[in-house]
Every structure is written in C-alpha cells, then in structure tokens.
Write a protein that binds this ligand. Sequence first.
Ligand SMILES: C[S@@+](CC[C@H](N)C(=O)[O-])C[C@H]1O[C@@H](n2cnc3c(N)ncnc32)[C@H](O)[C@@H]1O
Length: 135
Amino acid sequence: MDVLDFGCGTGLLTLRLQPFVRSITGADTSQGMLDVLNAKITRQKLSNVRTQILDPRESASVRGSYDLIVSSMTFHHIPEIEPLLEHLFAITSFSGHLCVADLDCDGGRFHDSTEGCTTSVSTARRCAGLSQSRI
Ligand SMILES: C[S@@+](CC[C@H](N)C(=O)[O-])C[C@H]1O[C@@H](n2cnc3c(N)ncnc32)[C@H](O)[C@@H]1O
C-alpha cells in the first residue's frame, strides 16, 4: 500500500505507519518540519519513506497516487478545504481511503486563537459530502 501523510509535521504518524506499508510520503509546507523528519529517516535507515515540500499558497500541489491518505491535525490550517479535498480524491486510487483527524468545534482553544485556524472537521465532512463522522 502506498500512503500519503498530508501535513506530516515531524512524522509522528508517518513513522507509526511506516512498518506496515510499501511506501509512505510525508508532505508538508514547512521545510523545518521536513528537515526533522528527513533526519529521522536517515538515522533509522528507512528506505520506504519520502518527503515532499508543498507550496503554502497551494496545498493542492501535492503529487503522486495513493491507496491511503491520512492527515492529522492539519486541516484546520487550510483556508480553502474544498479544492484540497477534490485534489486529494483525485490522487487517491479507486477504493482507496482518506482518513482525517482534526479539531471540531474547538472554538480556537487548541491554538489559544482562531487566527490561522479555519476549517473544522464538520466543514471538511460537509465539503466531502459525508454524512457522519466515524471514530
Ligand atoms: C499540528 S501540526 C500536525 C503535524 C502532524 N500531522 C502530527 O499529527 O504530528 C500541523 C502541520 O500542518 C502543516 N501545515 C500547515 N499548513 C499546511 C498546508 N496548507 N498544507 C500542508 N501542511 C500544512 C504544518 O507545517 C504542520 O506541520
């Protein structure tokens, strides 16, 4: 299985999934985050983990084709969730899966501010046409 971790940060989720997949790509807009993940990849000599830097003005630029896309605690940073979801669906293989974990109705408490935090899971779910959250 080929997996994308969208907004991977330092790879906490990426590296938990790594032993179970053929390949996993960590994509993020922060070169600093990817530098930390790349150092872990080198230190642990992992051959099935790649990183991809994203343009912060265009998250939908992520490339590849994936059986599974995961994203943890990143969607609330994305102002335009609909084009991103369309793009993620376009690069998910037939019968693939998109798994999103994020804030919902948090009211800005996680970041002590709502600034820069725009999308709740409910909004993403509505955009994707899904009727219910599955936990
Ligand atoms: C709270 S961290 C979560 C990191 C990781 N997914 C985890 O659960 O540990 C949010 C991450 O989203 C990234 N990010 C912010 N805006 C983004 C965007 N437009 N596209 C992709 N990643 C973004 C940040 O650089 C950061 O690494």
